[in-house]
Write a protein that binds this ligand. Structure first.
Ligand SMILES: [Zn+2]
Length: 287
């Protein structure tokens, strides 16, 4: 990606210097898989407090966290990507009469931190909390993406941030609240299907952002899209399940298959058109 001269967002809450010692941090992608399993047990609901219990972390000893140069660069990068999502979505909301775009906050932390949805920890991977309209990222996730699933490249990292911002857009548009309500009143299988629709739409929104960011700032370089598609494919439920347990249980999918994730991301990048991304209008088997 080309980001020279791009502004940084003022909506970053940097909590990295205060890190919790003795937490379950560092589980990386393996932790994300654990998260899926817990979602399975808990019936698809996102219950962070339960996750925290299972992982047995939550130590309160705080230590001073030393920030490396690489982490500092990733923090600046994340702030620039967030600023790009602010510019793109603000213009898009206004041009399409979607109301005012109120940007989310980006919380950078190390190890674990409090969120409006319970205690968040690095092992969960990046997440969006609708209660406090914030995206939470432990930047070590980006190095685990590289070392554990072989997905790297700045645009792959940008996709991860833009996906979480996509959940915020769903929240502003009322899609997230409605979906969570539905998920609470149906069985586990149906709830997981709703979750897949939400996740694929967030992938589409990430693509939509990239389309417009590139139009405004000429940010994409050769090979960028391939890197993000590779990343989307590697965080598909089927890929992660196969990797962690050797087989695939499709009813337990909460994020969609590798092919689905790459397809919806690509569709967003190609069309840049919100009306093309209604994953709730499709038959589940056609997603
Ligand atoms: Zn998501």
């Amino acid at each position: 990606m080309r980001l020279e001269g791009r502004r940084q967002s003022s909506n970053v809450d940097d909590r990295r210097r205060s890190s919790a010692a003795g937490t379950a941090g560092g589980l990386g992608i393996a932790g994300v898989v654990i998260y899926f399993v817990i979602q399975l047990i808990s019936g698809g609901g996102v219950d962070l407090s339960q996750l925290q219990e299972v992982l047995g972390s939550g130590a309160t000893v705080r230590t001073e966290h030393e920030i490396t140069q690489e982490e500092e660069q990733l923090a600046i990068f994340s702030s620039q990507i967030l600023a790009g999502t602010e510019d793109v979505w603000t213009a898009y909301f206004s041009a399409n009469n979607l109301g005012e775009y109120i940007p989310p906050k980006l919380v950078l932390y190390t190890g674990s931190t409090n969120s409006g949805c319970g205690r968040g920890s690095a092992s969960m991977g990046p997440f969006y909390c609708s209660a406090d309209k914030s995206v939470y990222i432990d930047l070590s996730f980006f190095s685990s993406m590289k070392s554990q699933i072989g997905a790297d490249g700045d645009f792959a990292y940008a996709y991860v941030i833009a996906h979480e911002v996509g959940h915020h857009v769903q929240n502003l548009l009322g899609i997230l609240g409605k979906a969570h309500q539905q998920m609470g009143s149906v069985g586990k299988k149906e709830a997981n299907e709703i979750s897949v629709r939400l996740e694929l739409q967030a992938d589409f929104y990430a693509g939509l952002w990239a389309h417009h960011d590139n139009q405004r700032f000429k940010s994409l370089e050769n090979g960028d899209i391939e890197k993000a598609l590779n990343c989307a494919a590697k965080i598909g439920d089927d890929y992660l399940q196969k990797k962690s347990q050797g087989y695939v249980v499709s009813e337990s999918f909460t994020h969609g298959t590798a092919a689905q994730r790459a397809r919806w991301l690509k569709k967003g990048i190609q069309t840049g058109d919100l009306s093309q991304g209604n994953t709730f209008n499709y038959r589940y088997s056609d997603l």
